[in-house]
Write a protein that binds this ligand. Structure first.
Ligand code: FAD
Length: 302
């Protein structure tokens, strides 16, 4: 499990070390215009930049997608995730835990030392009430859910709150535009797949663009971008809907569904090859049933 702040610092360092990348911090894109041979963006500091392709990596509420007229489909889960770092008495042994409760899952994800990150989904109302509690009262509510398998627990960082929804862009491309990451697909965090999906987009788009460049094609041309969309959209949508079903299956107390999911978990636990398959898929190392694994994710150069 890798904390976002470390990943962020590593990406920043890699960008700064590469003379071909210009990072313009503390500035946002406020407008864009697709032209026949390229696309221009206007920044909040008044600068205008032009390129053959604009990649929208601006998250679930992607302004790039919105300005391009790309609509979105999805729904709210009526759940909000409470996120915090927890210190505990005993070591976690590098094992992630997820407890399923009718109101939503509680994931306990190992960090360095005797610390774990929790992603605790509750109904919106309950989450609002819990978030308003002071730290001591918050821990009182958490303790019976967390259990005592890691000994005594305490908070070791700020608490955050994220309302959960599914939001899928109805197209991953528009003239001179490609969407990647949450800008293309914001999914339920139940399986921690959001970042992996985004990395697959990056690797697939890089591969499509590198091949187009080798063939002498315009990297922002509609037929080039269509190859990227064809590669990624079905895979991401099926995974997003899969996570949606897992959340529905596990976030309820229906005895029939409970029996079914216990049986399913038992089967996965009993068949090592199946378990390994799920683990490889969750780690982003396999293409999954519908996709082709991009070269970069297989550790091969473009
Ligand atoms: C509670 C919760 C838990 C999660 N847990 C996991 C997990 O365990 N594992 C996992 O893989 N994923 C997890 N995810 C999902 C993961 O956080 C996202 O999938 C991932 O952050 C998406 O990355 P992104 O770069 O596409 O978008 P974002 O992280 O949203 O980044 C978008 C960036 O675009 C910038 N931006 C937006 N608009 C503009 C503009 N106009 N101009 C310039 N910049 C702009 C923003 O400032 C931001 O930096 C979780 C999500 C939630 C809500």
């Amino acid at each position: 499990m890798l904390e976002d702040r470390h990943l962020y610092a590593a990406f920043l360092a890699a960008m700064q070390a590469d003379p071909r990348i210009t990072h313009i911090p503390a500035t946002s894109v406020i407008a864009q215009e697709a032209l026949a041979a390229g696309i221009s963006v206007t920044l909040s500091d008044g600068q205008t930049l032009t390129a053959r392709l604009l990649v929208g990596a601006d998250g679930r509420r992607s302004g790039v997608a919105e300005r391009a007229g790309i609509t979105r489909s999805g729904w709210g889960y009526g759940q909000t995730a409470l996120v915090a770092a927890i210190a505990h008495e005993r070591p976690h042994g590098g094992v992630a835990q997820q407890f399923f409760m009718p109101s939503g899952p509680l994931a306990i994800l190992p960090l360095t030392g005797n610390r774990s990150s929790i992603v605790w989904s509750e109904t919106d109302e309950a989450a609002k009430t819990i978030a308003a509690l002071d730290d001591a009262a918050f821990l009182e509510v958490l303790r019976p859910r967390f259990g005592d398998f890691l000994g005594t627990i305490s908070l070791c960082g700020p608490r955050f709150m994220y309302p959960l929804n599914l939001t899928l862009a109805n197209a991953y491309t528009a003239p001179r535009i490609a969407l990647i990451g949450d800008a293309a697909h914001g999914v339920h965090p139940i399986a921690g797949q959001g970042l992996n999906l985004g990395l697959r987009d990056v690797a697939a788009l890089a591969e499509v663009l590198a091949e187009a460049k080798r063939r002498g094609e315009d990297i922002g041309a509609a037929d080039v971008l269509a190859r990227y969309q064809l590669w990624r959209r079905f895979d991401s949508t099926s995974l997003a809907l899969g996570m949606d079903s897992v959340n529905r299956l596990f976030s309820n107390d229906n005895p029939l569904l409970r029996a079914g999911r216990d049986l399913g978990m038992g089967v996965v636990q009993a068949i090592p090859a199946l378990r390994r398959g799920f683990m490889r898929q969750a780690a982003g190392l396999s293409a999954g049933p519908f996709g082709k694994l991009p070269r970069l994710l297989a550790g091969r150069p473009l």
